[in-house]
Design a protein around this ligand. Structure first.
Ligand SMILES: [Zn+2]
Length: 366
């Protein structure tokens, strides 16, 4: 049964729980999510405890390890070590072919639908803004299917059509790694997001198809040229689901003030990423990071995007986040910090959920 809705629900722009779940390699992974396995940042009990009312759920296909014996935990540790210097520049993995990407992408999307089916009405895959509003009001977890990187989409866009029919409502042309559709930013600090070529011709076709279907195009992970390619072509609001302010943390993954202006002009939105390496002025990946750093990004984004253009994009289950939040159950600590910082209740509602639902409604249609 749905639980009592939170007084101030959080609707969040990005999480990687489907990746966390598929990596467990077990058949009944839905029950791990629904009953709560206590691992990573997200499962249903902790989301309900923290007021996490819904969000975009990413399908991200990981690159195969070049070392087949490597333990994923070792790879994560290596990555953390690589990102712990005063500056870093990580090489991007090789592109994935359609044939490599599609089975995993379909399996991850399938996990979300299996969660919905097994949830007994506690979780819904939403296709309209009205459905999200209804879920938030009733305490049903409102999920939106999102693809982070378009590797699973064929060049004739037949799979895009099929996935739209299934419920896909948001797609990023790239997760950093190059695709047939464009180029993303390598993880570099300090660094400008202007790192090379933007969208390919096929990537421009993808934008046109998304506009036709009224599917959201996610700009996070695109480089600056790709961002401007989308800005020029797309008739939808510009949305970066999980990116912060480059003026405060000079990583390639963050948005320059010029990019923020374009987002504002399009009535779009940026979701504040909880990843400490995209928050801290020193770019470090460490949970020992105060929430004041997040509030500084929120202030900067509000100044440049206006109160209607800022929301949350946690990167739960995909990043090292501040220990004061720790996991979804710790979201009330962030809410408390935002209120203590002086944000009034109207602004709190906008930041926590209304802005996301508004931009999705403007993108998808009412
Ligand atoms: Zn991401």
């Amino acid at each position: 049964m749905p639980q009592t809705p939170a007084a101030l629900p959080i609707f969040d722009g990005h999480n990687d729980v489907l990746l966390r779940l598929i990596k467990k390699g077990v058949a009944d992974v839905e029950s791990h999510f629904l009953d709560g396995d206590g691992e990573g940042h997200l499962d249903l009990p902790r989301m309900q405890a923290g007021g996490f009312g819904g969000g975009l759920f990413a399908v991200f296909v990981p690159s195969p390890s070049t070392d087949p014996d490597a333990d994923p935990a070792d790879r994560k540790a290596k990555r953390r070590e690589a990102m712990s210097g005063e500056s870093y520049d990580l090489p991007l993995p090789a592109p994935l072919s359609l044939g490599e990407a599609q089975p995993t992408a379909l399996a991850m999307a399938g996990i979300l639908f299996k969660i919905e089916r097994a949830s007994g009405g506690r979780v819904k895959v939403c296709r309209t803004a009205a459905e999200i509003r209804d879920c938030l009001a009733k305490g049903v977890l409102a999920t939106v299917l999102h693809f982070e990187g378009a590797e699973a989409i064929d060049p004739e866009f037949r799979s895009l059509e099929l996935l739209y029919q299934a419920g896909l409502r948001s797609i990023g042309p790239v997760w950093s790694r190059p695709t047939a559709f464009g180029h993303g930013v390598p993880f570099r600090f300090p660094g400008s997001p202007d790192t090379g070529d933007g969208l390919t011709d096929l990537g421009k076709d993808l934008v046109r198809h998304c506009n036709r279907l009224r599917m959201m195009i996610d700009l996070s992970h695109l480089n600056e040229k790709g961002f401007w390619d989308v800005a020029e072509l797309s008739d939808a609001p510009l949305v970066a689901s999980h990116s912060n302010a480059h003026a405060l943390c000079a990583t390639t993954r963050n948005l320059t003030d010029d990019q923020l202006k374009a987002i504002r002009d399009s009535k779009g939105l940026a979701g504040v990423n909880f990843a400490t390496s995209f928050l801290r002025a020193d770019g470090q990946m460490t949970a020992d990071t105060g929430l004041d750093v997040m509030l500084r990004h929120m202030d900067h984004l509000i100044e440049h995007l206006g109160e209607d253009g800022v929301a949350l994009g946690s990167d739960f289950d995909g990043a090292t986040i501040p220990s004061e939040i720790k996991d979804a159950a710790g979201l009330p600590n962030l809410v408390t910090a935002m209120r203590a910082h002086g944000y009034g209740e109207t602004l709190m509602r906008k930041l926590c959920w209304e802005n996301w639902v508004g931009v999705l409604e403007r993108t998808w249609g009412g």
